[in-house]
Design a protein around this ligand. Structure first.
Ligand SMILES: [Zn+2]
Length: 439
């Protein structure tokens, strides 16, 4: 296999792909899907386009196997979040190559990975190997707005096409400064689920010159304060326990847990070192509540008779919605507060962080990145993996881009970029993974 050639092809393709503006909303993924389709067509590989709504197209291509196992799906999304060019070093839709990086919205999340998967898929096609299962390249619309016009619609309308034994998707990255001198690959094997609440409190309105003590805001604010004070208990689930066990091999502050492996020791060390104070870690150690919108009042001298609050709650996969809701009601401690779950996103249980699929990924990472440390991880955010996991299909999120923890702010932020070398190495790693799972 001429890896130099394939790597260069992938880098050139990613530059072009980044120039296609697939900002969601509105998405316009059709242009991205056609671009990917053009590359497949040049290779003589057939594909299907699925338009779920005007301009919102997903693409599926398949290399047929003997059917000994169900397919491997390499999943990625075509859409990106908005980017304001104002503060960028290069225009976010320029696909500029500079300083060894490809710059642009989607470089990390996740057009870069989409292109790595595409060229691993193309390399497998060129090689013409015997496959024991299909390899499916699946580029979907609408992930950034929840996936309802992409992965979920396809799973509902074409479940047979999306049968799989395992899915590789976005999720973790290769972080460079978690363990100094080593590349720490986080494989997302679980994720939290969104549980969005609307609170409504009615009160007694009136003239601002004569406070009633029963205005809607006067009742809403103390109840919200009680809720925010009343944090959910820390709960280290098996995925995060495995993550800390990997970390403990390298972090001296976790040495006592390395020695006794006792979850109680781990919990004590997390508390003593205040690790949950780091927002990224706090988010994966408990159910969280974020008060993000508050609506009330129309005029300075009018006491509002109605106040509304929106809470972005993110629950551990082990948490039952009903139990969480009763915690919310108890913490608010206000029987007149109306609590409405207006969005209960797909809850999905964790994929196994040991066994054949996880091990195949970990071994392919170790073969391709000799300094790799590999660990499972739980995402605090959402990905399309939840739709597959909810249907019992194990999903693993790993984007082999080497980033510092500070670089994570580029995702959905300013100056998103991916190293040219990471794209090239990523194609090779994913090809190796396809061979080990499918050949
Ligand atoms: Zn993404």
């Amino acid at each position: 296999m001429d890896w130099d050639r394939i790597g260069n092809e992938a880098v050139a393709a990613l530059g072009e792909y980044l120039r296609i503006d697939t900002t969601n909303p509105p998405g316009n993924e059709t242009r991205g899907a056609q671009f990917l389709g053009g590359i497949l067509k040049d290779e003589g590989i057939g594909f299907e386009l699925y338009e779920t709504s005007p301009g919102r197209t997903s693409l599926l291509a398949r290399l047929e196997g003997s059917g000994e196992g169900k397919p491997l799906i390499m999943l990625n999304h075509i859409d990106v979040v908005p980017a304001d060019p104002e503060n960028w070093s290069f225009h976010p839709f320029s696909g500029e190559v500079a300083d060894g990086f490809l710059w642009g919205r989607g470089a990390l999340d996740m057009k870069g990975m989409g292109v790595m998967e595409l060229f691993a898929f193309i390399a497998a096609a060129r090689q013409g190997m015997d496959l024991k299962r299909d390899v499916v390249f699946l580029a979907v619309a609408d992930e950034e707005a929840g996936g309802y016009l992409g992965a979920r619609a396809l799973l509902e309308e074409h479940p047979g096409e999306l049968e799989a034994d395992v899915v590789i998707n976005e999720g973790g990255y290769a972080t460079m400064d978690l363990v100094p001198g080593r590349t720490f690959f986080m494989i997302a094997s679980a994720e939290k689920y969104g549980y969005w609440l609307r609170l409504l409190r009615r009160g007694v309105g009136g003239h601002g010159s004569m406070p009633t003590g029963q205005g809607a805001l006067e009742r809403m604010i103390p109840a919200l304060a009680r809720l925010l004070e009343n944090k959910r208990p820390m709960r280290i689930n098996p995925t995060m326990q495995a993550f800390f066990a990997r970390l403990a091999e390298h972090w001296e502050i976790l040495a006592p847990f390395r020695e006794d492996g006792d979850p109680a020791t781990l919990a004590r060390l997390i508390e003593e070192n205040d690790l949950a104070a780091l927002p990224a870690l706090g988010a994966v150690l408990r159910d969280t509540v974020s008060l993000n919108m508050l609506n009330a009042g129309v005029k300075i001298n009018v006491i509002p008779d109605k106040a509304e609050a929106f809470l972005d709650c993110r629950l551990l996969p082990e948490t039952e919605g009903d139990e969480f809701l009763s915690h919310i009601r108890n913490a608010l401690d206000d029987p007149e507060m109306e609590v409405d779950v207006f969005m209960d996103m797909e809850r999905s249980s964790a994929s196994p962080h040991s066994g054949p699929w996880f091990d195949a990924i970990a071994e392919a990472l170790a073969r391709n990145y000799p300094d790799a440390v590999v660990s499972p991880f739980m995402l605090s955010g959402l990905s399309d993996s939840r739709f597959f996991r909810a249907r019992g299909v194990p999903c693993y999120g790993i984007i082999p881009a080497r980033v510092g923890l500070a670089d994570l702010a580029r995702i959905h932020g300013v100056d998103e970029r991916i190293a040219v070398q990471d794209v090239k190495d990523g194609v090779r790693f994913l090809y190796d993974l396809v061979v080990s799972i499918c050949a």
